[in-house]
Ligand binder design. Structure first.
Ligand code: NAP
Length: 400
């Protein structure tokens, strides 16, 4: 199955297309460049004769803040040289995540002080590499990665963190954090069985879209929350049985009326009042997986308030459970998750919706500067699928 996103009268229209989206073999027609060993010691680089500039644009956190625009500055810095086990990747697409602002606020590692780099994931071409890395990689390889410092025209990554991809398509980027989170959280913590009911909050977003699809593939009935009819239409396309537009329907009343026995699993990303509501919706022996609490990220503490005092009694009365999930704690499952999702995508069984901001007020997110707009867009709840920034023509002057 696949969809196409057609723009009509400035609105998205989602349509099913038979046959699915299949990745084409990317390396066909891609010219490989010989590696030129400039240093005769540790580094293989292809600066010579290539269009890799000596300097590049990069986003740096210069001040800790949960407001991306206050925290981050666009800087011009030297293009780095790869160390022995590293790849230098020319980024073509980078992914925006809700947690980018947790990172800029210093919530990931409170000991980290600015300036530091930002951005969790990218996809592009290898343009330089160290000696050890050259045993498994070559200039011209197309790779994706989940590693720090993606918001730059070029990023150094440890070679072992690279994920080989058949083409530099933004769809592959959606799998690195958003897809992997849904795949592993549901597999490891969901304990899903056919016929069970799963509630996904922020269901039409970057990670929500995958949770919907994986729950459906497990034979479950899927309920998904979102803020607009347009998103509800998208949710239908990806198999959500009951999209609920929480801005026009009373979510609590709808859940009580339509699911009086409760739901078996909640994939919960919003937090605060939505978390409280989700706890109330749990069936006996239900499992609530805390994926995030985006409703609090823009506040000073980053943490929305919940009715914590009543939580033990509610869980006990239903023999229900709440578990947290944080992707970096499950990296042992990462390779399998990415491999299986790539296969499902190639078979047309997984839709990876990308939102590059074509309908954003100032247009498509092209160039690092547009990361600021892209973060605003995500926090305005406008995105359908994964928010992605394309690094545009100024960086695409390679002869590769
Ligand atoms: N635990 C992990 O390892 C992990 C990994 C990746 C992501 N996450 C979490 O997953 C959640 C989604 O992240 P994402 O990057 O995929 O973002 P996203 O879902 O693509 O975008 C955020 C969406 O959240 C919804 N939302 C609901 N309440 C909101 C509020 N108060 N403010 C802003 N948006 C609100 C909006 O859609 P609607 O309002 O239309 O529903 C918005 O489009 C976040 O909580 C994030 O921290 C966790």
């Amino acid at each position: 199955m696949s969809t196409s996103c057609i723009l009509r009268n400035g609105r998205r229209v989602f349509a099913l297309i038979s046959g699915g989206r299949r990745g084409t073999c990317a390396l066909c027609g891609v010219q490989r460049r010989f590696i030129i060993d400039l240093s005769y010691s540790t580094h293989f680089m292809d600066f010579k004769g290539s269009s890799i500039p000596s300097s590049m644009k990069k986003l740096m956190v210069t001040k800790l803040s949960q407001h991306f625009r206050d925290a981050v500055a666009l800087q011009t810095v030297p293009v780095p040289t790869p160390g022995d086990g590293e790849l230098l990747v020319r980024n073509r697409f980078v992914g925006i995540n809700a947690s980018d602002i947790n990172y800029t606020a210093g919530r990931y590692d409170p000991t980290k002080k600015p300036p530091f780099e930002v951005g969790f994931e990218g996809i592009g071409e290898v343009v330089g590499l160290g000696l050890s890395a050259s045993s498994r990689h070559a200039v011209g390889d197309t790779v994706a990665y989940f590693s720090d410092g993606a918001f730059a025209e070029y990023t150094l990554i440890p070679a072992q963190k690279s994920v080989p991809v058949p083409a530099v398509k933004p769809e592959f980027l959606t799998l690195l954090v958003s897809g992997a989170t849904a795949y592993i959280a549901i597999k490891r913590l969901g304990d899903l069985a056919p016929g069970q009911t799963v509630l996904v909050t922020a269901a039409a977003g970057g990670t929500g879209q995958f949770a919907v699809q994986f729950a459906k593939q497990a034979g479950c009935h899927v309920v998904g929350t979102c803020s607009s009819n347009e998103k509800a239409g998208f949710l239908k396309v990806i198999g959500c049985d009951r999209p609920i537009v929480y801005k026009s329907e009373d979510l609590a009343a709808t859940m009580r009326k339509e699911y009086p026995q409760g739901v078996d699993v909640v994939y919960e990303s919003v937090g605060g009042a939505t978390f409280d509501l989700a706890v109330n919706c749990l069936a006996n022996k239900g499992r609530l997986i805390i994926i995030g609490f985006i409703s609090g990220y823009q506040t000073a503490s980053g943490i929305p308030t919940i009715r914590g005092g009543t939580l033990p009694v509610k869980l006990l009365q239903k023999s229900a459970g709440v578990r947290g999930f944080f992707l970096p704690h499950f990296l042992e499952d990462y390779k399998e998750a990415i491999g299986n999702m790539m296969r499902l995508f190639a078979e047309g069984k997984l839709l990876c919706e990308v939102d590059c901001g074509d309908l954003a007020p100032e247009g498509r997110f092209v160039g690092l500067e547009s990361a600021f707009r892209a973060v605003d867009y995500l926090y305005a709840g406008k995105n359908v699928g994964k928010v992605v920034v394309e690094l545009g023509s100024s960086t695409l002057d390679s002869k590769l």
